[in-house]
Design a protein around this ligand. Structure first.
Ligand SMILES: Nc1ncnc2c1ncn2[C@@H]1O[C@H](COP(=O)(O)OP(=O)(O)OP(=O)(O)O)[C@@H](O)[C@H]1O
Ligand SMILES: [Mg+2]
Length: 261
């Protein structure tokens, strides 16, 4: 193939934004000539490489827009370490069907049992399915809403937080929430109710949310909406962060085997 023709092909790819083909086509042309593959197979492989690259870029964009603090995957989650979690249930959640039905997911349990890991991993799966996702900690969320209220921009901010099909709100219960914060959180949950899914992680049982929100009436109104269409996973077990210490016998496991005699 002549150099002017190769340059023209490169230019066409560029104009059509087929950037992956632009990068790969010379190598692929050589391979195709060596292997004597059919025209149809050649075209098939060439277009597939562009589709793969575009899909990957799209996923990466969604993941960047979701603002995860770090990335975790379901593949790196050790289900054997946390037997109170049903892998089948997590695999079902990974299909994203709960998001299509607007269901919420509550991940509850003590520190280090994998709540944030699972929330982020499911969020990444959602991004890969083209779901608009946003990750935020409860503290940052309430601070943002309080600031928006002070600036007279609450409605605008609530609208923005209603747009993602999946909102992940991490760490409810670690820091106390004042009355205004509880009110603002209630407004957000109300806006998203039956419209978009929320994944919540909390170290507190639902019964303790009255204390977390400093008001049992608001807490039960929030829970009423969150739980109407929802899945709750109670993780009971040891902290993964402390597993090495547990293994080394430096700490006692929380769940002692029951005495047999
Ligand atoms: N079963 C697991 N398999 C692999 N890694 C795990 C598992 N459980 C937790 N981890 C890892 O342990 C660390 C703590 O987990 P994570 O942050 O998800 O805990 P958490 O339940 O959110 O705790 P906290 O309530 O303190 O926020 C993370 O690095 C996470 O990736
Ligand atoms: Mg966490």
């Amino acid at each position: 193939m002549s150099t002017p023709q190769l340059d023209r092909l490169r230019e066409h790819c560029h104009q059509l934004r087929l950037y992956q083909i632009e990068q790969e086509f010379t190598a692929r042309l050589e391979q195709a000539a060596k292997k004597e593959i059919s025209y149809a197979d050649f075209l098939d492989q060439l277009l597939a490489c562009e589709v793969d690259a575009k899909t990957h870029k799209h996923h990466q964009m969604r993941i960047a827009m979701a603002r995860f603090p770090y990335q975790k995957t379901l593949e790196s989650f050790d289900f054997k370490f946390q037997p109170s979690i049903d892998p089948k249930q997590i695999r079902e959640l990974a299909t994203g069907r709960y998001i299509q039905s607007g269901d919420n997911l509550l991940l509850l349990g003590p520190p280090g049992v994998g709540k944030s890991h699972l929330a982020i991993a499911l969020g990444i799966k959602a991004c890969e399915q083209g779901v608009r996702t946003l990750f935020v900690t409860a503290t940052a969320l309430i601070t943002t809403l309080g600031k928006a209220l002070a600036e007279g921009k609450l409605d605008e901010r609530l609208k923005l937080l209603t747009q993602p099909q999946l909102l992940i709100c991490d760490e409810i219960g670690y820091l106390p929430i004042d009355r205004q914060g509880a009110n603002l959180f209630f407004q957000l949950v109300s806006r998203r109710y039956e419209r978009g899914s929320i994944i919540i992680t909390s170290n507190q049982s639902l019964g303790a949310w009255g204390e977390v929100f400093g008001d049992t009436v608001i807490a039960s109104a929030i829970l009423d909406r969150l739980l109407h269409h929802s899945i709750t996973i109670n993780i009971k077990g040891e902290s993964f962060r402390l597993r090495e210490k547990l293994k080394a016998g430096l700490l006692k496991p929380k769940l002692e085997a029951p005495a047999t005699s």
